[in-house]
Design a binder for this molecule. Structure first.
Ligand SMILES: [Zn+2]
Length: 176
């Protein structure tokens, strides 16, 4: 029997989580939010996602309490999207999923390397620091370009993410 549109009749916590983050593009929006992308146009530029899809994903992530919208300009009104505590708690999931892709999908090279900013050690599978033996909150994670990164020089977000930087640090592009 085909799966229904959602899994809401299932109590499995994985099924319930997928209702929030399981649609195509959703986790990539969350990933970019960890990289410091906050503004609609920057998500659009970096992801190459269709506008309507991005708008729907941002709305549903906001509705699910993963992102919150903050007004950064009154006239004309402009909002940015920032991860909530609930959203920040997805960091180990993304870290784990990224490593799984690297280990189990042929030809996948690391586009980014994530280290514990305090000691420079690459994070373990769940975002922990193997050297310090502690969990590393996202704002203490340093992101560096990896071997697989093929930056687009014409893409301002891609450019902004080239230099080593902390996760969550807002991306500054020369947008108007
Ligand atoms: Zn460490």
């Amino acid at each position: 029997m085909a799966l229904g549109k959602d899994y809401s009749t299932q109590q499995c916590s994985i099924a319930r989580a997928l209702e929030v983050v399981g649609e195509r593009w959703t986790l990539l929006v969350v990933r970019d939010a960890f990289y410091g992308v906050r503004r609609y146009n920057d998500f659009l530029t970096h992801l190459g996602v269709p506008r309507a899809v991005l708008a729907t994903r941002l709305k549903s992530l906001e509705g699910a309490g993963v992102l919150e919208r903050r007004r950064y300009q009154q006239s004309p009104p402009r909002d940015e999207y920032v991860l909530t505590e609930r959203g920040l708690a997805l960091w180990p999931v993304l870290r784990s999923l990224g490593l799984w892709g690297r280990e189990h999908i042929e030809g996948v090279l690391p586009m980014r390397v994530f280290t514990h900013a305090a000691c420079g050690t690459e994070l373990g599978s769940y975002g922990e620091c193997p050297a310090c033996g502690t969990a590393v909150p996202p704002h203490d994670v340093e992101m560096l370009p990896g071997r697989g990164l093929d930056p687009d020089p014409d893409n301002p977000v891609s450019r902004a993410l080239l230099a080593p930087r902390r996760l969550l640090l807002p991306v500054e592009t020369d947008r108007v």
